[in-house]
Design a binder for this molecule. Structure first.
Ligand code: AMP
Length: 285
């Protein structure tokens, strides 16, 4: 049976029943407009030791800045429901914003991590990760999942949530799932829909740059700063506006002073605008 719920009473009824039966619950939080990247997360979690799978669809207003695309963000609930039904998801939770942010709760809690949350995407999108942590907390409390899966595409988001789960002793196992790409290498994203034909043709250059730079850095580790600077100039000539293109330590995203290659210790991350669309991507070294 596929349950679609947009209210707490119904939701709590199922969650408490499943808890009584000692079912293990897997959870995939999304903002909807589901593509193959999202669907792969669902397939992956179903391979784990879970009895029930929950997906949430909620375009979270708190993680969008005032000049960002909250209003335009693609909302395709009917199509999404069909896809979830085909994948045998047990429950879709799709609340509206007044349910998640009741007006009487005006003074909201803020969870912070100054180091991780103000850097990279957090420095360009002020308050973004506070909004992410707030909604993820609410969803974790409501749904009480045992396992939650996140995509590597939003690697900083994954690390920030992992840090919160560990610090607050939440009894939740987190899984990171690889980036799913279009055939030409572009990381799948709901925001790819904003790209016009010309921008769409250029967009895979972000992924190609990551691959090229990874190879070059491995060949000339002492020159990684200049390698990155040159590639940023190339992309800017191509019409990209680069928010950041950086080599960081993979475990905590701290800045790399000296590159000393040990397998899978580093990550290259990029965020760039093409036209009005902001895209992110990364690759592990
Ligand atoms: P969103 O709907 O964009 O908030 O994404 C929901 C989840 O899907 C997040 O954990 C994302 O990291 C993940 N996700 C989005 N796009 C991809 C992708 N191309 N590959 C893997 N995971 C993805």
């Amino acid at each position: 049976m596929f349950i679609i719920s947009d209210n707490f009473n119904e939701l709590r009824k199922y969650i408490s029943l499943w808890k009584q039966k000692k079912y293990r619950v897997g959870f995939i939080p999304t903002m909807g407009n589901l593509h193959s990247g999202h669907l792969r997360l669902i397939e992956q979690i179903k391979k784990r030791d879970v009895d029930k799978t929950i997906v949430s669809i909620f375009v979270n207003p708190r993680q969008f800045g005032p000049n960002e695309d909250y209003t335009n963000y693609p909302r395709t609930l009917e199509d999404d429901i069909k896809k979830l039904r085909d994948l045998d998801v047990d429950l879709l939770f799709c609340p509206d914003k007044d349910l998640m942010y009741p007006i009487q709760n005006a003074g909201e809690l803020k969870i912070d991590n100054k180091i991780l949350m103000n850097d990279l995407c957090g420095s360009n999108r002020v308050g973004h990760f506070n909004g992410v942590l707030l909604v993820v907390n609410k969803l974790f409390n409501l749904l009480q999942p045992n396992i939650v899966i996140f995509g590597q595409k939003d690697y900083q988001q994954y690390l920030i949530i992992k840090n919160m789960v560990e610090n607050l002793f939440m009894p939740i196992e987190l899984i990171l799932s690889p980036i799913i790409r279009e055939i030409d290498g572009l990381a799948m994203s709901s925001r790819n829909k904003y790209l016009n034909k010309n921008e769409r043709e250029k967009a895979p250059k972000l992924n190609k740059s990551l691959i090229t730079i990874k190879d070059k850095i491995l060949q000339h580790p002492d020159k990684f700063h200049s390698i990155l600077e040159n590639q940023i100039s190339e992309l800017e000539k191509d019409g990209f506006f680069i928010d950041y293109f950086e080599l960081r330590h993979k475990n905590n995203l701290s800045i790399v002073e000296n590159f000393n290659y040990e397998n899978k210790k580093y990550i290259l991350l990029i965020a760039a605008k093409i036209g009005n669309t902001r895209l992110i991507d990364n690759i592990i070294l």
